[in-house]
Design a binder for this molecule. Structure first.
Ligand code: XLS
Ligand code: MG
Length: 345
């Protein structure tokens, strides 16, 4: 197995304030500068951004103002020695995307979504990254009869084609999630994302991003999603976290709910050489709501710690014995081999 080192990343939204649908924030927001300093202190390598993490209220600002603020951010990142991994348009907050962004029934709203995405590309270019992420949050339906799903696939392809034509060098990673905030999303899994890529004008530049919790919410094993995406050479970023079954999107620390599922994700990343082509390991994790401000970074520190320990577990797993048990079709002992390896001495 490859013995490369990994590079780590998180986004400003991962130092969150604890709001949920039933209660307000419970921690006072920190400034961007504080978050960048925290990222440095934790020894992470890169930060990921939504367009409005880079330029707050991006939609209400002129092109010149957006360029100016992005330039200032670029300098901050440069001075801190921190890379920008990716930029994602945060389309799901704006009133114009209330019924979907690229797949809204209203042509003006669809136009807004595309124009905002092109601006995201400008921001990414200025920050020195060619990776654009699309979490297709509101591209789905609350009730099926409200939209034409066949038409919506065409809308998604049209939006992606506009982005690909706007900049011939960008790559787009689709981050699928099966539900929430919608009842059902149009692109729920990696298979859907990669199939959609084939309909676009440049399939080579359309790949995916797997988030552990989203795969689990789709009833899938994230390790299999990793192997599938990497068979196509299309896993360009990953959001590791955890999820305790079919609930709301929990974004727990990596390995928190199911260590074995986490181990298998690391094993899949290892066997496919994830990271050797410059990809980052990002943790899309959130602090538990009761977290005190003085413990605010623990979920990020702990997720990386667990990840690195699982890398060691993947590298020291007795592959020879596993192969022998597989040959003998002795899956009971293979199961126990994994359990005892994870339990340690
Ligand atoms: C939300 C998504 C989001 C993306 C980037 O669940 O994970 O945070 O990672 O838009
Ligand atoms: Mg994510």
């Amino acid at each position: 197995m490859a013995k490369h080192t990994y590079k780590f990343c998180f986004g400003p939204w991962n130092i969150s304030e604890g709001q949920d649908p039933y209660g307000p924030p419970v921690r006072t927001p920190q400034t961007f500068d504080w978050k960048l300093a925290a990222l440095k202190k934790l020894g992470y390598d890169a930060m990921m951004f939504h367009d409005d993490d880079a330029v707050p209220d991006v939609s209400s600002k002129s092109d010149a103002q957006v360029r100016k603020e992005t330039r200032e951010l670029r300098k901050k990142l440069h001075d801190a020695g921190v890379a920008a991994e990716l930029v994602a348009p945060r389309l799901w907050f704006d009133p114009r995307t209330i019924d979907g962004a690229y797949t809204s029934n209203d042509p003006q709203c669809r136009r807004y979504a595309i124009e905002r995405s092109l601006r995201t590309i400008d921001i990414a270019n200025q920050l020195g990254t060619k990776l654009i992420v699309l979490w297709l949050a509101r591209e789905g339906s609350y009730i099926r009869e409200s939209k034409n799903a066949r038409q919506c696939v065409d809308y998604l392809v049209e939006a992606i084609n506009r982005m690909l034509a706007y900049d011939k060098k960008i790559r787009i990673s689709i981050e699928p999630k099966p539900n929430e905030p919608m009842d059902h999303a149009y692109i729920p899994t990696i298979g859907h994302a990669l199939a959609l890529a084939q309909l676009t004008s440049d399939p080579e530049r359309v790949g995916c991003l797997i988030e552990t919790a989203h795969a689990i919410l789709a009833g899938l094993d994230p390790a299999d999603e990793i192997d599938f995406a990497m068979s196509f050479g299309k896993l360009w970023s990953i959001h590791l976290n955890d999820q305790n079954g079919l609930k709301f999107d929990q974004d727990k620390p990596f390995g928190s709910a199911n260590l074995r599922v986490a181990f298998n994700q690391v094993r899949a990343l290892e066997r496919n050489g994830y990271g050797t082509r410059g990809e980052y390991v990002a943790f899309d994790v959130h602090p538990f709501r009761p977290t005190k401000p003085e413990h605010w970074l623990a979920h990020l520190e702990n997720s990386r710690r667990t990840f690195l320990k699982l890398v060691q577990k993947a590298r020291t797993f007795d592959e020879k014995q596993a192969r022998a048990l597989i040959r003998d079709r002795n899956y009971a002992d293979l199961d126990q081999l994994v359990i005892e390896h994870l339990l340690g001495k």
